[in-house]
Design a protein around this ligand. Sequence first.
Ligand SMILES: [Zn+2]
Length: 397
Amino acid sequence: MEDISNTHIVKRWWRFRTQSSLWANFLQNKYCKRAHCVTKVAISSDSHTWKSLVKIRAKIEPHIVWKIRSGNSSFWWDNWTGKGALAKIFPGIGRSAKLPVNFFFDNNSWNFAKLLNFLPMQAAQSIAQITIDEQNGTDFPIWQLSDDGCYTNKSAWHSIRASAPSSPFLNSLWHKRIPFKISFLNWRIFKRKVPFDDIIGKFGTDRRSMCVCCRVPTYETIQHFFVESEIAHQTWSFFGNPLGIRHTDQPIPAIFKKWMDCKYTNNVQKLILQVTPLIICWELWKQRCSCKYGNQRKINIGKILYHGIWTIKSAASKLFPPIRDMARWTEICYTIEKLRPITKWWQVLWEMPPFGTMKMNTDGSYITEKGTAGIGGILRDCRGDLIMAFSITVQRQ
Ligand SMILES: [Zn+2]
């Protein structure tokens, strides 16, 4: 929620900086009459809106780049070089907000001598290479986080949101072949956000309900219901035994890990090992809800197994359609274990280019985690002889 709220503040800052409106002019005149808005410090008597804008400013200002036209941007405080405000790169006194970029123009080019009076040689040289567009328009802002330079809430949200490190294990709960409701329930189980007494007890209640899953009822906890109860043992063993997975009273994440780390020989088996634990929890949960909140008197193991197999079959049917006609779980396990991927192969030949021409073959690859990419190519003549070849590693900025 905080990220969404901050995204709207970013949008307000973008509008304040880039659009002329009554509201923007009011803020400009109230708070930034003497200092540039990028450098103005908020004080406690300022309005809540202005203080929230100042708070978010440092995160967002580097993404607003000014494309120079007539050069009306602030030389020191607007980010028109794409590297940030010059006043922050070269701190010092006399960084006037009123000094415009066009002070350094000489007709249609840069006055290098003037630049040197204010900046070191290297900075002046790199500024002198910035092209000046037609000078008959005001400088215009570019939102760097989108491809077209226009502001979007989506890109702003991605840049400021605090995202938790992604966990491959939690990601595996969101399996694309099963309905969202099943993934969501399993995510709640892992985050311990399901209404069992041991979880609700943390909020100060002292309820101790008896379970509905055993012949001799005992106190119900999340671990008892999904792992240790009679019904849980029967269900996990029914689905696990034909696959060689023995059910033991471990914590729920360890049980899931055992299933998901299990060795597989083909993609259908891999899919079944991934989705079955999720579906087991879902079917157990449905039965518990029917007993606790519906009219059902006791848990029906037959329904758990039947519906479980049906859901697993529909998850795997796209990958392996014959599974639809199989009724028994042991038959499904036996068949998918015997499946072997069909290997296809074809010969790839390099064809010579027509006489008098050359041929360039290129390729590239990208490692998402490291942000590195490699590109390469080879140039041959019409007889197939090598002329030149290259390979370059490219690093994300
Ligand atoms: Zn029980």
